[in-house]
Design a protein around this ligand. Structure first.
Ligand SMILES: *Cc1c(COP(=O)(O)O)cnc(C)c1O
Length: 354
C-alpha cells in the first residue's frame, strides 16, 4: 500500500532523490566505489560539496552577495550555541516562538545578555508576535522562521539595522522569501533538505571575527568557510543526498514554483480544517505554517475513528507533538498534493459517518 508520509522530521524526500542516493551508496557514478567509501578529499567528493554549496546559494538567491554556504554537523541544536559563540559580544535579542526558540535562548545566555524581544508563550505559542521594537545596540536578533511543533510561520521579516539570524530548519527552500534580509541562517537537513546528519549554514562574510573571545576551531564559522566545509570529515551521505534534493528543487522551478505548490496544499488542508465541524485549527490564521499544519478534534472521543480512517488510508506520521496534542500534518516540498487530498478525504469521511 502507498504510504503518505506526514512526518515532521526526519521526513519525506522525493522518491527519485531516494533512488539516486541508494544507487550512489552502491556505486558512485560508475567509479567502482561507493559514495560512502571514497575519500572526502577525492575530486569526486570535492565537486559534490562545491555543487551543494553553490546550489544552496543559488536557490536562496544569494549567489555573489557576500555569503558563504557551509555544511556542518550537530543539527540546528548545535547552531543555537554556534550562533551565539560567533556573534554575541554583549547583547542579543531573541523572539520566543516556541520550543526551538527556547532552546536557542538557553544556549545564547551562556555567552552574553539575552533580551527576549517578544514571546507568544502566554498563548502556548499559537501565534507569531509582531510590532515589537528592536533596540539598535543589539549584536543580532534571532528568529525562528517556522515553528515545526506549533505550526506557526513568520510571514513578514522585521525591519531593522541589527543583523538578523534565523533558524530555518523546517521551511528553508519552501517558499519565495527574501533570504538576503538575514545575515546568518541555518537549517538541520532532515526537515526539508535531506537526510539527518548535515546542517546547512548561510552566513554573510562580514560576520566573521565579530567577537573578541577565542572560538574553538570546530565551532568557528570561519574555520569551516575557509576550509570549504572540509575542516573535518563531512557527513558525505547527508551532503550528497541534500545536493540531489537541491537539484530536484531546481528542476521543479526553484523555491518560487515549490512555494506556489506548497500554498495550494496548505490552502486545501486549512480549508478543510475550517470547514469541517469535527476539527479545529491550533495556530492563529494569519500565522499558519504552510509546512506544518496543527489541528485538533473538537471531540477527543472521535480519535479512535479518525485514527482508524487514517491508518486504513496509509497516512503516517500525523500525530501531534506532545506539547500541542492532536494532529500535525507536515507538508514539505516532496509531498504530493494527492497525499493531502487523501487526508482531507479521511476528515470528510469522519464528519459524514461518525
Ligand atoms: C527539528 C528542528 C530543530 C532541531 O534540529 P536538530 O537537527 O535535531 O538539532 C531546530 N529547530 C527547528 C525549527 C526544528 O524544526
Amino acid at each position: 500500500m502507498k504510504v503518505h508520509n506526514f512526518s515532521a522530521g526526519p521526513s519525506i524526500l522525493p522518491k527519485e532523490v531516494m533512488h539516486q542516493a541508494a544507487e550512489a551508496v552502491k556505486e558512485l557514478d560508475g567509479s567502482g566505489l561507493s559514495l560512502i567509501e571514497i575519500s572526502h578529499r577525492s575530486k569526486a567528493f570535492i565537486d559534490i560539496m562545491k555543487e551543494a554549496c553553490a546550489l544552496a546559494l543559488e536557490l536562496t538567491g544569494l549567489k555573489d552577495k557576500g555569503y558563504k554556504a557551509i555544511f556542518l554537523q550537530g543539527g540546528a541544536s548545535q547552531q543555537f550555541l554556534m550562533a551565539a559563540y560567533n556573534l554575541l559580544e554583549n547583547k542579543a535579542g531573541y523572539v520566543n516562538t516556541g520550543t526551538w526558540s527556547n532552546k536557542a535562548i538557553k544556549e545564547a545566555k551562556l555567552f552574553g545578555e539575552v533580551i527576549e524581544l517578544a514571546s507568544s508563550k502566554e498563548e502556548n505559542f499559537n501565534y507569531i508576535p509582531k510590532g515589537y521594537s528592536i533596540p539598535s545596540d543589539l549584536d543580532y536578533v534571532h528568529l525562528t522562521t517556522n515553528n515545526t511543533i506549533f505550526g506557526t510561520q513568520l510571514k513578514e521579516t522585521p525591519t531593522t539595522e541589527v543583523p538578523l539570524a534565523a533558524d530555518m530548519s523546517s521551511d528553508i527552500f519552501s517558499r519565495e522569501f527574501d533570504y538576503s534580509k538575514f545575515d546568518l541562517f541555518y537549517a538541520g537537513a532532515q526537515k526539508n533538505m535531506g537526510p539527518a546528519g548535515a546542517t546547512l549554514v548561510l552566513i554573510k562574510e562580514d560576520l566573521f571575527g565579530k567577537v573578541s573571545r577565542a572560538i574553538p576551531s570546530m565551532l568557528n564559522y570561519k574555520t569551516h568557510a575557509d576550509a570549504g566545509s572540509m575542516f573535518n570529515t563531512p557527513p558525505v551521505f547527508a551532503v550528497y543526498t541534500s545536493m540531489l534534493n537541491m537539484q530536484w528543487i531546481k528542476s521543479q522551478g526553484g523555491v518560487k514554483a515549490l512555494g506556489e505548490k506548497n500554498m495550494v496544499k496548505a490552502t486545501l488542508l486549512y480549508g478543510e480544517i475550517d470547514r469541517n465541524s469535527k476539527f479545529v485549527g491550533f495556530a492563529a490564521k494569519e500565522d499558519r505554517s504552510e509546512m506544518n499544519a496543527t489541528f485538533n478534534l473538537v471531540n477527543p472521543n472521535d480519535a479512535e475513528a479518525f485514527d482508524g480512517l487514517c491508518q486504513a488510508a496509509g497516512i503516517s506520521g500525523l500525530k501531534g507533538h506532545r506539547s500541542v496534542g492532536g494532529y500535525r500534518a507536515s507538508m514539505y516540498n516532496a509531498m504530493p498534493i494527492n497525499s493531502v487530498e487523501i487526508l482531507v478525504d479521511c476528515m470528510q469521511t469522519l464528519e459524514e459517518k461518525y
